[in-house]
Write a protein that binds this ligand. Structure first.
Ligand code: FAD
Length: 485
C-alpha cells in the first residue's frame, strides 16, 4: 500500500510541518483555509490537509521534503489569482497548499545594474513600487498586479498589458531560487545579463506552474523609468483596422508603443454594467475599440506630436472613427479601468469560459473572424461577437453621458496632419508538484522532452536526492536536501 494513503503517515507529516514552521506558519481550520482552497471566481473549492505558510526558503524546503517523503501532494500558491484552477488543491490526493504569502521581502534593488531581487510572495505592484522608488521600471503589468505574486506570474509566464513592448514574465527574469521536489535548493539568483555558462536552467521553472519546484525568489530585470506617456481610446471599425493601426503606430512612433488592447463593444458594456464609475467616454457606440499607450524614457521625446500624427493618418485612412486622448493621470486611469476590470466584470456577470490563446499579431483579425463565424454557427441566435459566453444575459445600460464630460474628443479636422492561426497558444492546467498534468497538443520532440523532465521531477519528488543542476564544471547551484531528522 502506498505510504500516502495511510492516514497516520499524513498525520505525522502534518505534525512535522507544523513543528518546522511554528505557530504562525500554518492554517488547518476549514474556515481559515477556505480562501486558499477557493478559486478566484469562487466556483471551485478543493480539499487540503494543511495550508503551510513558510517565511523562509529553508522553511519551504522543509515542507517540500516532508511532503515528498510522506507522498503528500504540494500545490504552491501565490496570490491565487490564476483563473484556471492551478493554484487550488484537487480532492484526489492528500494535499498541502504551500502559500508564499509570508515571503514578501525585496532582498535588494540595484539601479546601477538594473536589477532587483524579490521573494516569490511579493505582489507585482510592490515590486513595481520598489523599482519606481529607485527611478526604474519593473515592466510586468497586469490587472491582478495588486494580488498576483512574482512566484505566480513567473510560474504562469504571465503576459499583461506591456507584453508588446517588454515581453512576457520570462523576459523579466535574470535568475531564480527554487526549492526542488526533493527539498534541495537551486540557487540561481544570478543578476548578470550575460551568463553563457551552459544550460539556462531557470527557464525550466518559468511557466512550469509549480510542477518542477517552488520558486522562492527571483532576480528581475529593470528598465529605465518612463518620463512621458500618452494614452488614447479609439473607436475602430474592425480588428483589421486596429491591426493596421498598430503597425503604423509602431513605425511612426519609433517603436514607443507600450500597450495596445483591442476590445469589442461587449467589453465596454460589461465594464459599464458591473464596475462603478466606469463610463463610455465616447458619445456613440463602436463595434470595436483600441486602447493605445505610447511611453518613452527620454525627456526630450514629444509623444503627443507623435500620437496626433498617428491618429490623423488613421482617421484619414478610415481606421479610426472617433476617440479620446487622456489629458491627465486620472483620465488615463479611467481609460485603463475599462480594460483592467474585465476579469472582475466577467466574474460579476456570471459564469464564463476563459481562454488564453496567442496568435501572431498579423493573424489576429483572421483569427477573430474565424472564431466569430464558428461561434455564430454553434450558438445560433446570439450576436457573433460573443466569443466569451456568460451566464447571464444583457441588462439595460446606464446612461453614460454625464460621466463623459471633460474628455478631449478627437475630431477629424483636428488631425490633419482568412486563415486559421498557425498554432494555438497555451492553456493552463491544474497541477500538483512533481506530477505534471499539462495536456497540450505538441509535436513529439518537445512533448517527449517535457515528459522526461517532469518524470525526473516525479522521481526526485519521491525521495531521490539526485541533484538537477551542476551541469557546468565547477558550477553546482543545487544545495542537496538535508535529512529531515
Ligand atoms: C483581474 C485579473 C487579471 C489578469 N490578467 C492577466 C494578464 O493580463 N495576463 C496573464 O497572463 N494573466 C492574467 N491573469 C491571471 C493571473 O493573475 C496570472 O496568471 C498571475 O500570474 C497569477 O499569479 P498568482 O500569484 O496569483 O498565482 P496563483 O494563482 O497563486 O498560481 C498560479 C499558478 O502558479 C503556481 N505557483 C504560484 N506561486 C508559485 C511559486 N512560488 N512557485 C511555483 N509555482 C507557483 C500555482 O501552483 C499555480 O499553478 C489575471 C487574473 C486576474 C484575476
Amino acid at each position: 500500500m502506498n505510504q500516502h494513503t495511510l492516514p497516520n503517515a499524513v498525520a505525522t507529516a502534518v505534525t512535522w510541518i507544523k513543528e518546522a514552521l511554528g505557530p504562525k506558519g500554518w492554517l488547518e481550520d476549514a474556515a481559515d483555509t477556505l480562501k486558499y482552497r477557493t478559486d478566484w471566481r469562487g466556483r471551485d473549492v478543493g480539499e487540503a490537509v494543511l495550508v503551510a505558510r513558510p517565511a523562509t526558503t529553508e522553511e519551504v524546503a522543509a515542507v517540500v521534503r516532508i511532503c515528498a517523503e510522506a507522498g503528500l501532494a504540494v500545490v504552491p500558491q501565490g496570490g491565487n489569482t490564476g483563473l484556471v484552477l492551478g493554484s487550488i488543491p484537487t480532492d484526489e490526493r492528500p494535499t498541502v497548499v504551500l502559500s508564499l504569502d509570508r515571503m514578501t521581502r525585496i532582498r535588494s534593488v540595484d539601479p546601477d545594474n538594473m536589477a532587483l531581487v524579490a521573494e516569490a510572495g511579493c505582489v507585482v505592484k510592490a515590486v513595481q513600487e520598489a523599482a519606481s522608488a529607485a527611478d526604474r521600471l519593473f515592466p510586468l503589468s497586469l490587472a491582478s498586479e495588486g494580488s498576483a505574486t512574482i512566484g505566480g506570474t513567473l510560474s504562469t509566464n504571465a503576459g499583461g498589458n506591456q507584453t508588446i513592448r517588454y515581453g512576457n514574465a520570462r523576459e523579466q527574469v535574470l535568475g531564480l531560487e527554487v526549492v526542488l521536489p526533493d527539498g534541495s535548493v537551486f540557487d540561481g539568483l544570478n543578476t548578470l545579463r550575460k551568463n553563457n555558462t551552459g544550460y539556462d536552467l531557470k527557464h525550466l521553472f518559468i511557466g512550469a506552474e509549480g510542477t518542477l519546484g517552488v520558486i522562492t525568489a527571483a532576480a528581475l530585470r529593470l528598465m529605465p523609468a518612463p518620463r512621458a506617456r500618452e494614452t488614447a481610446l479609439l473607436a475602430v471599425p474592425d480588428p483589421a483596422a486596429a491591426q493596421a493601426l498598430l503597425g503604423r503606430a509602431r513605425e511612426l512612433s519609433g517603436d514607443t508603443v507600450l500597450a495596445f488592447e483591442l476590445m469589442p463593444r461587449m467589453c465596454l458594456d460589461l465594464a459599464i454594467r458591473h464596475i462603478e464609475g466606469v463610463a463610455d467616454p465616447l458619445p456613440a457606440p463602436s463595434p470595436w475599440y483600441a486602447l493605445i499607450e505610447l511611453a518613452t524614457a527620454s525627456p526630450i521625446d514629444d509623444l503627443r506630436t507623435k500620437l496626433e500624427a498617428i491618429l490623423a493618418e488613421a482617421m484619414e485612412a478610415g481606421r479610426v472613427g472617433d476617440g479620446v486622448i487622456a489629458e491627465s493621470e486620472t483620465q488615463r486611469a479611467a481609460l485603463w479601468r475599462i480594460r483592467e476590470e474585465q476579469a472582475e466584470a466577467g466574474r460579476r456577470e456570471g459564469g464564463g469560459v476563459s481562454s488564453d490563446v496567442s496568435v501572431p499579431v498579423s493573424r489576429v483579425a483572421d483569427f477573430l473572424g474565424a472564431g466569430r463565424s464558428a461561434a455564430a454557427r454553434t450558438r445560433a441566435g446570439d450576436p457573433p461577437e460573443h466569443l466569451r459566453p456568460h451566464g447571464r444575459r444583457q441588462h439595460p445600460l446606464p446612461d453614460p453621458a454625464p460621466a463623459r464630460h471633460g474628455w478631449r474628443r478627437l475630431e477629424a479636422p483636428q488631425f490633419r496632419a482568412g486563415r486559421r492561426p498557425e498554432r494555438p497558444g497555451r492553456r493552463h492546467g491544474r497541477q500538483l508538484l512533481g506530477r505534471a498534468r499539462h495536456r497540450r497538443a505538441e509535436a513529439p520532440g518537445p512533448g517527449a522532452l517535457r515528459r522526461a523532465v517532469a518524470s525526473d521531477a516525479d522521481a526526485r519528488g519521491q525521495g531521490s536526492h539526485r541533484p538537477a543542476g551542476g551541469d557546468e564544471p565547477g558550477q553546482d547551484p543545487v544545495t542537496p536536501a538535508t535529512p529531515r531528522r
